[in-house]
Design a protein around this ligand. Structure first.
Ligand code: ADP
Length: 400
């Protein structure tokens, strides 16, 4: 069965068509600037040339219409008709406490996702628009919702409660939810599989280090803690997000700079992280790494601060699980930067008996252990594949 995986943002839409039987990618692409002037679609059939063109997309329905046309038309198509798309899997950012698992979409589920809009005002409404556009164009095709938060719903309350008045939890469900759950789940399971160990017997820490970054503690097959919180702003220092700060800083900046709450939130989400810390050198770790090697003081300090924060979370989650068997690195930075991995492992993880295999650490694109055979804790690189995980979930739900 072919599964169309949709990741719909407010002005963009990423898609992949995946054959769920052999788990091969059939085609993928991206629509950008939806509803804005200069909207464009890029489309790549597997093994074929990438095509990019400007195309008017006033709405997400227009974007999905273009995607379905690219997938089925005579020139670029990879399937003969929409009938060859068996199901659609939608990435949904926030499932609140309602969704501890992926689910097939019906009108009740749609209403429940909408009820979570408050918790993710930038993401969930866009996700819903994507679902509705697909329902309009493919009314008979089953659809599944796969939530970024679901994997973390197994956290115990001591991990998800904040030290705030309890009434805020009761009234508004203010608590830690965590994100990147599909990735943390995929990577931790894959690590156990690659090691030939039982998932349920392992204590695993997953470091998802991309532009957005989070760490999770997965014990005996269940997530027990994660670094992102009510929103994806908490935790690690990210590309442009601050991660953990003293909350009183918000009031301090408001007074000093005369900024509103909304303006400060923009600073914390878009102008902070390694971008802000490097004094606007870059949010891209490739640039920062280059800067580090050239001796730029801001780049050196930014990389060191980033790595230090990751190492502190690894320490915290080792304590939370009373030990750790496997530490996994994944996502853009985690998969590609041997330098950051080496900085984290060699500077800070000696107490866990971590010994890096420097040659293995230089490899790319493989599910691989990068620690030596006599390392007390296994360190791995596992390339994440959120789209495949969504396709698997959708297939499982549809075939019941
Ligand atoms: P997201 O999905 O959160 O947008 P990704 O997981 O795609 O992010 O990661 C993007 C990040 O990965 C960028 O900051 C980029 O700099 C970083 N990255 C990609 N390749 C490399 C590399 N070779 N070395 C260091 N960082 C890299």
């Amino acid at each position: 069965m072919n599964i169309l995986v949709i990741n719909c943002g407010s002005s963009s839409l990423k898609f992949q068509l995946i054959n769920a039987d052999n788990e091969k990618l059939i085609a993928k692409g991206l629509c950008e600037r939806i509803g804005i002037e200069g909207s464009r679609i890029s489309y790549t059939p597997d093994g074929g040339e990438k095509e990019e063109k400007e195309a008017p997309m006033g709405s997400h329905t227009d974007a999905i219409r273009l995607v379905l046309d690219a997938l089925t038309n005579e020139k670029t198509g990879v399937v003969k008709s929409l009938g060859e798309i068996g199901a659609v899997g939608h990435r949904i950012v926030h499932g609140g406490e309602k969704f501890a698992e992926s689910t097939l979409i019906d009108s009740e589920v749609l209403a429940a996702i909408e009820a979570c809009n408050d918790l993710a005002p930038l993401h969930n409404p866009a996700n819903l628009i994507g679902i509705n556009a697909c329902r309009e164009l493919m009314p008979d095709t089953p659809m599944a919702a796969v939530f970024d938060t679901a994997f973390h719903q197994t956290m115990p309350d001591k991990a998800y409660m904040y030290g705030l008045p309890y009434e805020y939890y009761e009234k508004y469900k203010i608590r830690r939810y965590g994100f990147h759950g599909t990735s943390h789940s995929y990577v931790s399971k894959k690590a156990a599989e690659v090691l030939g160990r039982k998932y349920e017997d392992l204590k695993i820490i997953v470091c998802h280090l991309g532009n957005g970054a989070s760490v999770s503690a997965v014990m005996n097959g269940k997530c027990v803690d994660t670094s992102m919180g009510l929103t994806p702003l908490e935790g690690l220092i990210m590309g442009t997000r601050s991660g953990d700060i003293d909350p009183a800083i918000i009031e301090f900046i408001a007074h000093k700079e005369g900024k509103s709450i909304d303006e400060i939130m923009t600073v914390l989400n878009k102008k902070s992280g390694v971008l802000g810390l490097s004094d606007n050198l870059s949010s891209d770790f490739r640039d920062l790494e280059a800067g580090y090697h050239e001796g730029s003081r801001r780049a050196v300090n930014t990389m060191e601060t980033f790595a230090y924060r990751v190492a502190k979370y690894i320490g915290a989650y080792t304590a939370a699980m009373n030990g750790v068997d496997v530490i996994c690195f994944t996502a853009g930075v985690g998969e590609n930067s041997s330098f950051i991995r080496s900085m984290i492992c060699n500077h800070y993880l000696g107490y866990l008996g971590v010994k890096l295999d420097e040659a293995a650490n230089e490899k790319r694109g493989e599910d691989i252990a990068i620690s030596t055979a006599d390392s007390s804790t296994t360190v791995m690189v596992i390339p994440t594949n959120e789209e495949l995980a969504i396709a698997r979930e959708t297939y499982r739900l549809v075939t019941g």
